[in-house]
Design a protein. Structure first.
Length: 170
């Protein structure tokens, strides 16, 4: 059996009911085999990134303790997305989605496999992922960038706003 590691997961949605989708995803992550959610960030409203002709996103991050190997964890994330109604279109990068789960960091390791790169190749430039992640895992190792908190200091976090705790509507 693999040793338990900390995995950092980025969550995002901007179609349908984003708040409900992210809350459901956190529950699904906590239900993964050999895994448990150690912390979940608040929800953040963030401007669209990459393609600006779409609604704002709701983003969050989860710190997961898991014994799943990186590839198995990625497969589980894709399964949670699919259950939420996500249909991946390889030609539609950075477009709107009902749920997006990204494996951002995995136990301080560098993973470079077909279809899986960890740390996430754009994490160091994405405030919408770093702000929620720094809330729950600021000291988590970020290979090539020190820690999550150190990487966050290098980006402009303007436009990333925490939703009120009572945000129960989508």
């Amino acid at each position: 059996m693999n040793p338990a590691v900390h995995a950092c997961i980025g969550l995002g949605a901007n179609l349908g009911r984003p708040v409900a989708a992210l809350r459901g995803a956190v529950a699904a992550l906590d239900g993964l085999p050999d895994s448990r959610v150690l912390a979940a960030s608040r929800l953040y409203r963030t401007p669209a990134w990459g393609r600006l002709d779409q609604p704002d996103f709701v983003n969050a991050a989860v710190l997961l303790q898991t014994r799943l190997a990186p590839q198995a964890l990625l497969a589980a994330l894709l399964g949670i997305e699919q259950q939420a109604g996500r249909e991946r279109d390889p030609d539609a990068r950075w477009g709107p989605r009902v749920l997006d789960l990204d494996l951002l960091l995995y136990g301080g390791q560098v993973v470079d496999l077909p279809g899986l790169r960890v740390p996430h190749p754009h994490l160091h430039e994405r405030a919408f992922a770093l702000v929620p992640l720094a809330e729950i895992a600021p000291a988590e190792p970020f290979p090539g960038h020190g820690t999550v908190a150190e990487a966050l200091r290098a980006v402009d976090a303007g436009g990333v706003e925490a939703l009120p705790d009572a945000a129960g509507t989508d």
